[in-house]
Unconditional design. Structure first.
Length: 127
């Protein structure tokens, strides 16, 4: 349901960047192999902490420890507002931590702000 909500929010704002989805932590980690094989690396990674198979904290650790892809910004988008989760995410290298809102309109606004800041205003380092 969260993935559908996120896709609808991005589609509503006609986000021009391609969106790739991982349904669990294993699929998220498989993106490293895809990037190594020449697939374009993302401008931004939106990451939920509560993923099946491999949790989001482990996915974050692997991404941030990677010598080539560790500089890709990772925004945590989670239902958790637990201080320990927020602290662990930032200690693990998260660039931002956002709480998923309950209502769709607020969620759409957050998605728009993420897209504008990270994909339009932010200046990433050269690969």
């Amino acid at each position: 349901m969260d993935v559908d909500l996120t896709q609808r929010a991005f589609n509503r704002h006609k986000v021009p960047n391609p969106i790739h989805i991982a349904w669990d932590g294993e699929q998220a980690l498989s993106f490293i192999q895809r990037w190594d094989s020449g697939e374009t690396t993302p401008l931004l990674i939106l990451l939920d902490l509560k993923l099946p198979k491999v949790d989001g904290f482990e996915v974050l650790r692997v991404f941030k420890d990677h010598p080539e892809y560790g500089n890709i910004p990772v925004v945590i988008l989670s239902t958790s507002t637990e201080e320990r989760d927020i602290r662990s995410a930032y200690q693990g290298g998260a660039n931002s931590y956002l709480s998923k809102p309950v209502d769709f309109e607020t969620f759409v606004q957050i998605v728009e702000n993420i897209q504008v800041y990270w994909c339009q205003l932010n200046i990433p380092p050269d690969p």
